[in-house]
Design a protein around this ligand. Structure first.
Ligand code: ASP
Length: 358
């Protein structure tokens, strides 16, 4: 069974095929209107969402299928203490594919280990958000025409921003990617992305603190929200929340052909005046999310019918002496078997959340 938990669960070729399929769907909407007729999507959202849940729902409707699920875990048996594993075993009896968002990192991976239908990770804590990545890849393709040789500036909350982590992983597979990390000290990119992704795949990256200084060299500016809900210390959030604000003055320093992306919701980080700039692609990006999710669900359901085997993209090791120190990891919240993977750099990381094992 194939699932999408991490962007690397798809090969580069498969990723390109899904983006190409999304482009075909955009060009030939009617052709796909019954492509998933008789199929059911379950959306299991344990954490708030507007775009992701509604775009999955709208995507399945446009494919001619149906949707069930919950957007508030308190209205489900989760409030009675049901585990993620049991919930997906049950929902797999009612649906052909499941999109799950969870505040606990690694919950969708745990779900995929027991599920009889494909699981799509619709965002797990601060960890990963692979369908936003597909959305971003489609958006960059439509805005700029290619994915190779792009210099991407990631700005804002790079520590908790799961969309940033997943997009950097995906971009590591394209030629000539350069990454500029624009963040306050408190919100820098996690080490595992810097070392296991950027260093491993030879992505050129540098960390800077001024957005103005780098504006002129970017092909893509990926703005992010500082994520209040991830801060244990609210005074720290107050200190960093307005660290970067994109306005027309800063846009004047950018290339003429450049795209501003944002996974949304925005708070203060993009001034409203920027919306009128043709380079502001974030609302077009939202619609791309629906098309790419159509392409993804169509592909995963086809693979499920064909009995496709998963990619083995992790070096999973038995290591009973190790522990995952992340309190927000599924392995420290539910009764799941602890699992680790050994990176090429010789570091043991939790399989569910990528935190360095102890
Ligand atoms: N919508 C994105 C996410 O779910 C970004 C955000 O919430 O700030 O990760």
């Amino acid at each position: 069974m194939r699932h999408l938990i991490d962007p690397t669960d798809l090969t580069r070729q498969e990723t390109d095929n899904i983006v190409a399929l999304a482009l075909d769907i955009i060009a030939n909407r009617a052709k796909y209107s019954e492509a998933c007729k008789g199929k059911k999507l379950a959306t299991l959202f344990y954490e708030p969402s507007t775009r992701t849940r509604l775009s999955f729902t709208s995507a399945m409707m446009e494919l001619g299928g149906n949707v069930l699920g919950f957007s508030d875990a308190n209205s489900s048996s989760v409030s009675k203490g049901e585990t993620v594993e049991d919930t997906v075993r049950v929902v797999g009896c009612f649906a052909d594919i499941i999109a799950m968002r969870h505040y606990i990192e690694g919950a969708p991976l745990d779900a995929s280990m027991v599920s009889r239908v494909p699981i799509i990770n619709a965002g797990d804590g601060s960890h990963a958000h692979p369908t936003q990545t597909l959305t971003d890849l489609l958006t960059m393709t439509r805005e700029l025409g290619h994915l190779d040789n792009l210099t991407i500036g990631f700005c804002g909350d790079l520590l908790y921003g799961r969309t940033v982590h997943s997009l950097i992983k995906a971009m590591s597979r394209y030629e000539g990617t350069k990454v500029v990390l624009i963040a306050p000290n408190e919100l820098r990119l996690p080490d595992y992305i810097k070392h296991d992704v950027c260093d491993k795949y030879g992505i050129e990256y540098r960390e800077v603190s001024s957005l103005e200084e780098v504006m002129g060299e970017l092909d893509v500016l990926y703005m992010t929200r500082v994520q209040q809900e991830r801060f244990a210390d609210k005074s720290e959030y107050e200190r960093v929340k307005d660290c970067y604000i994109l306005d027309t003055e800063k846009m004047a320093l950018a290339k003429e052909k450049m795209a501003v992306l944002h996974p949304l919701p925005r708070v203060n980080e993009i001034a409203k005046e920027v919306d009128a700039d043709p380079r502001a692609a974030y609302f077009r990006q939202v619609e791309n999310g629906k098309f790419v999710r159509m392409a993804l669900m169509y592909t995963l359901l086809k693979w499920a019918d064909e009995g496709a085997e998963p990619l083995h993209n992790h070096n999973v090791v038995e290591a009973p002496q190790l522990a995952c120190p992340n309190a927000k990891c599924i392995c420290n919240n539910e009764n799941v078997e602890k699992k680790f993977h050994l990176t090429d750099g010789g570091v043991y990381r939790c399989l569910y959340c990528d935190t360095k094992a102890q």
